[in-house]
Design a protein around this ligand. Structure first.
Ligand code: NA7
Length: 289
């Protein structure tokens, strides 16, 4: 039986690892804040004591942490992932990071004879809970095949791209579009509200036209109700906007709209919204502190 490891039990990692454990897979979990492992252990997961121990004991280890600094520290620090990698071991980083970080981790894992796959996900808390994420993969194709049983439990679809880094690029493209859609949505609702229109009427009209979409339908009412409990934390959206702008810069592609949207997320993050859902950017756009 394949032994799986799972490192990082935040909003996403907890839901994803839960699906693996509930399906009866052999899973060892580790999280920087150890207490977050307890619910998974109750469900039947093994407790890991360090990233190195988990990768050393498991055939395929997933990691889901916050950002490039976290992904690098998880891999390269003392007792980190790399210390447990031996020939043939699989390491799948599903965090959203920049392509350069992915390439550094991929190179280091490969140098030790391990197999690496990047697999950032499209979808936040609910799809993670429902096992309907979309994986954007790049890297070792044998690992991509070997991990299918787990990927299929956690997601509804996987894409495989030939080069390491393309998964990260795809994820940043998708999220910069989502992030700018949210600030455009927030600005429209804010100005409509100030004009005296009812926000629920704006939402209603939107559903009838070409800009109707699941995100506006899901988040719109929650925004009116000021329900900003995090499905996708705002600090992570701002990180993705920053990484997308960096990608544009490297490629000589101007990203005016993304830059403007990023400024809203910075304002919201600094204003106290970092751990709220990213839709909380609306509060700062509409000045409804
Ligand atoms: P969360 O809920 O903010 O969880 C972040 C996780 O990353 C959590 O397990 C953290 O551990 C872990 N983390 C953060 N920094 C480190 C370091 N330095 N070392 C080890 N572990 C770390 O985020 P989400 O689950 O919503 O999102 C995860 C990713 O998916 C992110 O890239 C999003 O953009 C998409 P902690 O519990 O704080 O000890």
């Amino acid at each position: 039986m394949t032994k799986y490891g799972f490192l990082g039990l935040g909003i996403m990692g907890n839901a994803m690892a839960t699906n693996l454990v509930n399906a009866g897979l052999d899973v060892t979990v580790w999280n920087r804040t150890r207490e977050k492992c307890a619910p998974l252990v109750v469900l039947g997961a093994r407790q890991g004591n360090s990233p190195a121990e988990v990768t050393g004991q498991c055939d395929i280890t997933f990691a889901m942490v916050s950002d490039p600094a976290a992904a690098s520290s998880l891999c390269f620090d003392s007792e980190g992932v790399l210390e447990g990698i031996t020939p043939g071991k699989g390491y799948i980083d599903v965090s959203t990071v920049d392509p350069a970080t992915v390439l550094r981790i991929a190179g280091a894992v490969k140098n030790k004879g391990g197999r690496f796959l990047e697999a950032p996900v499209s979808g936040s808390k609910k799809p993670a809970e429902d096992g309907t994420l979309v994986f954007l993969c790049g890297g070792d194709e044998t690992l991509y095949q070997d991990a299918q049983p787990a990927l299929q439990l956690m997601g509804k679809k996987s894409f495989y791209f030939e080069n390491v880094g393309q998964g990260a690029q795809m994820k940043l493209v998708i999220n910069m579009i989502m992030g700018t859609m949210m600030t455009a949505f927030g600005e429209g609702l804010a100005v409509g509200d100030k004009a005296g229109l009812k926000i629920v009427d704006i939402l209603d009209v939107l559903t009838q036209g070409a800009v109707d979409n699941p995100m506006f339908r899901l988040k719109g009412l929650q925004m009116v109700q000021k329900n900003f409990s995090p499905a996708f934390p705002l600090k992570h959206m701002q990180k993705d906007m920053r990484l997308a702008l960096q990608l544009g810069d490297e490629l000589g592609q101007s990203l005016f709209t993304t830059g403007a949207a990023n400024n809203w997320y910075i304002k919201a993050r600094k204003g106290g919204g970092a751990n709220d859902d990213f839709s909380a950017v609306f509060k700062y756009i509409a000045d409804q502190f």
